[in-house]
Design a protein around this ligand. Structure first.
Ligand code: UT7
Length: 329
């Protein structure tokens, strides 16, 4: 029997209509458009208002995929939701999405790998497909980052936004397409630099945790920057070497969107032309697990069958990784 491969057969994305631009932020904290554009490269970020969560954005995306592919929810065997902002602490947001989309024949769980969520999720789903355990899997990156952003902290509030995007992964026996290889890394040295202090079981919500603003993102930006600017390029080089590929074999790089300076430095180290390095940070900011599938969704018309895409990320944990995808459509 030939080997089973996992191929991406559909990709969709969604960002809420409401936006916060730099002008609006400059009325909330001591900042300005010039600082944000030079240091981060973000103009606007989309925000999900009201009592809605990542599952509501994910439902829009998953419904689009099911309709586009003309498949029944019953055919989905696995649903992975990559998120650091789940609808609730439990159950998993994947189960809430499954319920909202009528997916009853599969199983699902969440992956929390910070901004590397999608890279971890796609790798995990690929293994389930390759082993024959499931035939169709949804991998979703869905985040309501603005629910944990402190709009009194000028160092973090310009960075994050909300969005959801997802891929459908299917089994095929076709050779030389799909998810070819992946390398994942993590190092707990990053915990102290990027985390949310309260809301977990160590520090459940109390009046004090709320008053002390401990339910928001805590980030030591420079420490995270130093790691991110090296690790995405390094793991991509590791992946290329393992697959006997040269930098010139890359058609498109889909890097996590945390800071335009990190994205540019990564592209330069990999000797890529600017048009090969996909970017949408200007409009969406950092949507954590959703950045990479959103980039894929927005650029899918550009990709040709057989193109080598590299997906690479760095995030809280620290976590980082890279995936080689040979575009199958
Ligand atoms: O996605 C997960 C992974 N996350 C990342 O990859 C993020 C990595 N880090 C970064 O992208 C950058 O470190 C930040 C964008 C977070 C910050 O940029 P930076 O160039 O590292 O700035 P900084 O923290 O070194 O601050 C430089 C100065 C400080 O002022 P002083 O001390 O030099 O007087 C800050 O107080 O800029 C000040 N500053 C601001 N000024 C205007 C910080 N935030 C702002 C702001 N507007 N919003």
């Amino acid at each position: 029997m030939s080997k089973i491969h996992a191929i991406i057969t559909a990709v969709e994305g969604y960002a809420p209509e409401d936006v916060i631009d730099n002008e609006m932020l400059s009325k909330m904290v001591d900042t300005n458009d010039e600082w944000i554009m030079t240091r981060i490269g973000i103009k606007t970020r989309h925000i999900l208002k009201g009592d809605k969560g990542p599952s509501d954005m994910a439902k829009i995306v998953v419904d689009k995929i099911l309709k586009e592919k003309n498949i029944s929810p019953d055919e989905i065997g696995l649903i992975i939701c990559c998120t650091v902002t789940p609808d609730m602490q439990f159950p998993a947001t994947a189960n809430i999405i499954a319920d909202k989309c009528g997916i009853k024949n599969g199983f699902g769980f969440d992956i929390n790998a910070g901004c590397s969520g999608f890279v971890y999720g796609l790798t995990t789903a690929t293994k389930y497909i390759e082993s024959g355990f499931v035939k169709k899997a949804l991998v979703i990156g869905a985040e309501k980052m603005t629910s944990i952003v402190d709009y009194q902290d000028r160092a973090t509030c310009p960075i994050f936004g909300d969005a959801a995007a997802a891929v459908l992964l299917e089994a095929t026996e076709e050779e030389n397409v799909g998810v070819v290889d992946a390398i994942l890394h993590s190092d707990g040295v990053g915990v102290k630099h990027l985390h949310q202090v309260a809301g977990g079981s160590c520090h459940p919500a109390t009046i004090d945790t709320v008053m002390n603003r401990q339910h928001f993102i805590y980030q030591e930006g420079q420490a995270v920057f130093k790691w991110a600017v090296v690790k995405m390029a390094e793991v991509t080089e590791e992946l290329l070497e393992r697959n006997n590929m040269q930098k010139s074999d890359i058609d498109y790089l889909l890097p996590h969107q945390a800071n335009l300076r990190i994205i540019k430095a990564t592209g330069e180290r990999l000797e890529l032309k600017p048009e090969q390095v996909l970017v949408n940070i200007q409009e969406y900011g950092n949507t954590t697990s959703a950045t990479i599938p959103m980039l894929m969704y927005q650029n899918k018309e550009k990709f040709k069958k057989g193109d080598n895409l590299i997906l690479t990320s760095f995030g809280a944990g620290f976590t980082w990784g890279a995936i080689l995808v040979k575009w199958a459509l």
